[in-house]
Design a protein. Sequence first.
Length: 159
Amino acid sequence: MINNIIFLDIDGVLNSDKYFSSIEDKEDTYTDPVAKLLLDIDMTKVKLLLKVVHISHAKIVISSTWRRMKLYPSIKEALINIGLPIVGETPFLDGQRGEEIRAYLADNQVDNFCIIDDEVFKDYQELEDNLIKTNFYQDGLTEENCYKIIKKLNKERKK
């Protein structure tokens, strides 16, 4: 079986500036810190990502700075319970996201991969061919992005 991996950023992918504007009044209603933090994730974007995962049979590796948060283990557990197949995180190498992804690729069997991020890091270089760039200031993850991700991840299956 082909091992497809999605390197997932969270801010600007599973949320957006537009989304944050729509939830401004709701944050004060949560006292549980995990529930409050989960409110920062747009579940409509999670549903889009779930479709991608289902079609491409991909697993998710978190590359977002969220993996450094104190509450990340609880957030990860909640996302797994929703259905996201999170299998790990990139190592933390002082914010060098390209190097972090390269380190993960060097230590793990990965056939195809896609990076979903709203930023292009200077150290991406040759990784940019696998980048699907989202837009934090607009919608984050979109249907069009999902189509591109599936196309990239399924390229090996057609051979």
